[in-house]
Design a protein around this ligand. Structure first.
Ligand code: GTP
Ligand code: MG
Length: 315
């Protein structure tokens, strides 16, 4: 009798052997605002990467790990690729290409509303120059006409670097299951690289900082969000199951601090209130959020800030 459970375990082990495990990295590349982070969140089924209508929202590589049958897919969300001008730009674009170089497969995501922009053309040229093949993911099908999509697909397919073309909406999830199914078949056979319950490499403190930075992108205008960075300085567990978070918003100039704070601190209050709601949703617990705004002139040339973001200062 005591043998029964043992026998069941053995048969399960056989099942796993019947379908060999696969594991690999799949980089999601594209111009800023293509919808890469939206796709990552959609595929993993959880918010790991922040999303905004502004360009250059994502600053560093983010892993989203998904298990599909016998496969462990490690998606790599990357910063948008564009013509870099400043140090932070360079570090972000270098992080994106680094993600592609390390990946088993590349998905090139194109915003179908924008079409083949100069940035898209430059990415295609770089893929060609490095003999990298990719799958083309035309995104935002919910917002464009079918004819536009077919035209885009034909135009990009002529480049002869794409093994497959997908037309999806990362926002609604339309077509994303097809991407997943294709990716699984592309992954090399081998053991899983991450524990089964791990879904990202982003530490909690950093995700929390990103969620506040998302509010800067959603609530502030022009260049300001780009001039700011957020760090979680303290994460304190409370006996009642809630957590207290202290975060610092670094800006470059006193005039920017005044904008973030707003009249009588109203703007900062609004940013904090929305960020707290989103933090509670993502972490599924009560959060007490304390925001501080500090001027750190030239933080964009401060090595320590790059380390905190996970970027290479010397890229
Ligand atoms: N209509 C529509 N909008 C989308 C879709 N996918 C993403 N978006 C929107 O496009 C904007 C950019 O999305 P992100 O996911 O932040 O884009 P990204 O490529 O990660 O941008 P960066 O990190 O700046 O490079 C957001 O406003 C999204 O809501 C889609 O399938 N349809
Ligand atoms: Mg992004």
């Amino acid at each position: 009798m005591t043998d029964a459970p043992h026998e069941m375990d053995a048969s399960r082990a056989d099942d796993i052997q019947a379908e060999p495990r696969r594991c690999g990295y799949v980089a999601i590349l594209g111009a800023p605002n293509a919808g890469k982070s939206t796709l990552l969140n959609q595929l993993v089924g959880q918010k790991l990467a922040i999303v905004s209508p502004k360009v250059q929202t994502t600053r560093a590589k983010i892993l989203g790990i998904q298990i599909a049958g016998a496969a462990q897919i490690i998606y790599v969300d990357t910063p948008g690729i564009f013509q870099p001008r400043r140090r932070l730009d360079r570090a972000m674009v270098a992080a994106a290409w680094g993600g592609a170089a390390d990946a088993d497969r590349v998905l090139l995501m194109v915003d179908s509303l924008d079409g083949v922009t100069a940035d898209v053309r430059a990415i295609v040229e770089q893929l060609k120059a490095t003999s990298r093949r990719a799958a083309l993911v035309l995104n935002k099908v919910d917002a464009v006409k079918r004819d536009t999509l077919l035209g885009l697909a034909a135009q990009l397919n002529a480049e002869d670097i794409f093994d497959h073309v997908f037309m999806i909406s990362a926002l609604t999830g339309d077509g994303t299951k097809d991407v997943e199914a294709w990716v699984v078949g592309q992954l090399p056979f081998g053991p899983w690289l991450y524990p089964e319950d791990q879904i990202t490499d982003v530490p909690q403190r950093q995700l929390a900082a990103e969620i506040t930075r998302e509010q800067l992108y959603l609530q502030l205008h022009d260049e300001l969000p780009y001039q700011a960075t957020v760090e979680t300085e303290r994460w304190e567990e409370r006996a009642d199951g809630s957590a207290r978070l202290d975060q610092i918003i670094y800006v470059q100039r006193p005039s920017q601090k005044a904008i973030v704070l707003g009249k009588g601190g109203q703007q900062a209050k609004k940013i904090g209130a929305r960020a707290r709601l989103e933090l509670e949703r993502v972490f599924e617990r009560r959060i007490h959020l304390f925001l501080f705004v500090k001027v750190r002139e030239g933080w964009v040339d401060d090595r320590e800030r790059y380390d905190a973001i996970g970027l290479d200062f010397n890229a």
